[in-house]
Design a binder for this molecule. Structure first.
Ligand code: ASP
Length: 401
């Protein structure tokens, strides 16, 4: 018999969690909380455990891979600027979209979701707080901005030093990156159990209302995905790439469909390269821009993180301040750089975004069950963003000649 795919297993877990949750109902919510939820907590603990190593090693190895960027000079700089700007734009769209629909996200007033809002920290303290004063605390407390600063410093130091001198470090980082990715993959294999054990008690306590709100948050994310592609990518391929958006999207369709079904940017890479070359992107540029994009450019993931942060905040009855929103833009941009182009990676990074503004990480429980549906859409946006960059950079380099 063919083994059921992880997505299939998660979907079954989701349906079972809803059915069992509704059957248990509020009368037996205590049972669900005492005996089912702890297994979900184990899953979440494992997610929290792996997020720091994944962020550290993937950012350092991302920077090490940028060593080539210095070589390719102009192309590299333009690519990175394009990636950062479109990603920041994507989160802003996600935050605005979710804020508009926020009224439809209900406050879920259960005891297990209760949350004490932290007093807002003054702006200057937030800035000061980004910089770590020792190496252990940021990792121990999962202070994500500090962890990122640490990773950036180590990464840049490695590329600034003589390669001969630091090659063991480069190998170590590469190996540790692969190892933490592998651990993440193993943890994600448990997600059907995690999803069931996390969602079932929530449905038992809150009834069918929670299902409606999940549908709303999915709809919001998909709307933002479509707006981002239709507005930002159409405008950039038209204005910077001199290509009609229709031609672009038509040519990209095979890669987009593949991304939707595989939920992996890295897996979509070969077909994405093929599509880009067919619509006229330069082969050399494509082979630089797309692999880099599949590792560091994740606009769809950024939108998802913005939407989910607002959704989770709304579920806990928290209104995010402007400062917190700006922190989300910053962390989600960096988080998307650290997100691996494999299924489910964006959800792990959501933990980091939530932690950065003091939102409860347990809120992931609310969206974990439908993560695959978010993931399919965000991967389409991720790879389309990379392709739009290849088209634009091709044109810019042509002009220079
Ligand atoms: N699955 C996404 C990708 O491969 C990453 C994510 O989970 O957001 O692009």
């Amino acid at each position: 018999m063919k083994k059921l795919s992880l997505a299939g297993q998660i979907f079954i877990a989701l349906v079972l969690a809803i059915i069992v949750g509704l059957v248990l109902g509020s009368a037996h919510a205590g049972f669900a909380n005492s005996y089912i939820k702890p297994f979900g907590t184990i899953f979440l603990n494992l997610v929290k455990f792996i997020v720091v190593p994944v962020v550290i090693f993937s950012i350092i190895s991302g920077i090490i891979s940028m060593k080539d960027i210095r070589k390719v000079g102009v192309i590299g700089l333009r690519t990175v600027i394009y990636y950062l700007c479109t990603t920041a734009g994507a989160i802003v769209i996600g935050l605005i979209g979710a804020s508009i629909f926020k009224g439809f996200f209900p406050v879920i007033a259960t005891t297990d979701l209760s949350y004490q809002a932290k007093a807002a920290t003054p702006f200057m303290d937030t800035i000061v707080g980004i910089f770590p004063s020792n190496i252990i605390a940021p990792m121990a407390n999962a202070s994500m901005l500090q962890v990122i600063v640490m990773a950036l410093l180590f990464g840049f130091a490695i590329i600034l030093l003589d390669e001969k001198h630091v090659s063991p470090a480069i190998q170590l980082v590469d190996a540790m990156n692969s190892i933490s990715m592998k651990i993440m993959e193993l943890i994600l294999k448990l997600s059907p159990i995690g999803v069931f054990c996390l969602l079932c008690p929530v449905v038992a306590a809150n009834g069918a209302q929670i299902i409606g709100s999940l549908a709303m948050v999915l709809l919001t994310a998909y709307l933002c995905y479509i707006i981002h592609m239709a507005v930002v990518y159409s405008a950039s391929v038209k204005m910077l790439g001199g290509m009609s958006p229709l031609k672009f999207f038509k040519g990209m369709a095979p890669a987009m469909i593949f991304a939707f079904s595989s939920a992996s940017s890295v897996g979509t890479l070969p077909i994405n390269m093929d599509c880009c070359e067919k619509i006229g992107a330069d082969k050399e540029i494509t082979s630089f821009v797309l692999p880099l994009g599949a590792t560091i450019n994740m606009d769809g993931t950024a939108i998802y993180q913005g939407v989910c942060a607002i959704f989770i905040a709304a579920c806990y009855g928290i209104d995010l301040t402007l400062g917190q929103m700006l922190t989300i833009v910053l962390t989600a941009t960096l988080a998307s750089i650290g997100t691996a182009g494999v299924p489910g990676a964006g959800m792990i990074m959501l933990a980091m975004v939530l932690a950065s503004v003091g939102l409860p990480i347990d809120g992931i429980a609310l969206v974990a069950g439908v993560d695959r549906i978010f993931d399919m859409g965000r991967t389409v946006v991720n790879i389309t963003g990379d392709a739009s960059c290849a088209v634009c950079v091709t044109k810019m380099v042509e002009k220079k000649k």
